[in-house]
Design a protein around this ligand. Structure first.
Ligand code: B12
Length: 211
């Protein structure tokens, strides 16, 4: 790995917010591709944080400060991932489902979609089904992106799909799901329109769903 990418990786593992932001700026100044910085330096580091947590070397506070460092790096990267967009392709309501506070992956999906000319209504994290429904009925969203990082919150994706049906608006929206524990099979089982493993594939999927 390039030294600056290694430095970004290490600074996220160590939860150094300021260093992460500085090193991401440095990598951009060195003309590294934003997507390379993101995938190798940053997303790779979060996967390592997850591994350390599983092995009992990291605990929630370490995960939290690593996540903050990741967010500070993403703030620097965002303008380069999101280019000026013109006519929106679709209006996307995005959120992490009820009970789930993990928002880094959802934020990345939003950034990449925004860069691909989708209009984003970011509903945040811990989003109840009614809020997704209201985004469709009151704000005219025609696509929904639901993220879940916990096996215990995945069923809330199904709850949202059921609420959309109950409100009579299921056929007005395309529903995409994702997050580490989510699979293609799960997406099919709950009746979502699509699933993607990462933010770049989420863009390709979203494009295929709007045409
Ligand atoms: C950072 C982190 C946290 C932070 C979150 C901070 C934040 N603002 O997000 C904090 C410290 C708050 C946290 C808390 C908890 N966490 Co946590 N956390 C993580 C960690 C290390 C990284 C997650 C992350 O950001 N990954 C990086 C992003 C970029 O990846 P991603 O989210 O998967 O998103 C990508 C794709 O999945 C996809 N995608 C995501 N969303 C969507 C949506 C759509 C529509 C599409 C198409 C694609 C898509 O695209 C994204 C970009 O490529 C993971 C480990 C892991 N390997 O995932 C554990 C992990 C998810 N956490 C875990 C646990 C257990 C918890 C806690 C319960 C711990 C506790 N005892 O309190 C709490 C739960 C809090 C809650 N109610 O939500 C477990 C979950 C286990 C399980 N099977 O359910 C994991 C897997 C750790 C582990 N190995 O055990 N956590």
């Amino acid at each position: 790995m390039q030294p600056v990418l290694q430095a970004i990786f290490d600074s996220i593992l160590n939860g150094q917010q300021k260093v992460t932001a500085e090193k991401v700026s440095q990598a951009l100044a060195e003309r590294l591709e934003p997507v390379e910085i993101l995938n190798q330096g940053m997303v790779g580091a979060m996967a390592e944080v997850g591994r350390l947590f599983e092995e009992g070397e990291y605990f929630v506070p370490e995960m939290l400060i690593a996540a903050r460092a990741m967010q500070s790096g993403l703030a620097v990267l965002k303008p380069r991932l999101v280019q000026a967009n013109f006519k929106p392709v679709a209006r996307v309501a995005a959120g992490t489902v009820k009970g789930d506070l993990h928002d880094i992956g959802k934020n990345l999906v939003c950034m990449m979609l925004e860069g691909a000319s989708f209009e984003i209504l970011d509903l945040g994290s811990d989003v109840p089904a009614e809020k997704f429904v209201a985004a469709v009925t009151e704000q005219g969203a025609n696509m929904i992106c639901m993220s879940a990082l916990l096996t215990t919150t995945m069923p809330n994706m199904r709850t949202t799909l059921e609420a959309l049906k109950a409100a009579g608006v299921r056929d007005r929206v395309k529903v995409m799901v994702g997050g580490a524990p989510v699979t293609e099979g799960w997406a099919r089982e709950i009746g979502a329109d699509g699933y993607a493993t990462d933010a770049s594939r989420a863009v390709a999927l979203a494009r295929s769903l709007v045409v």
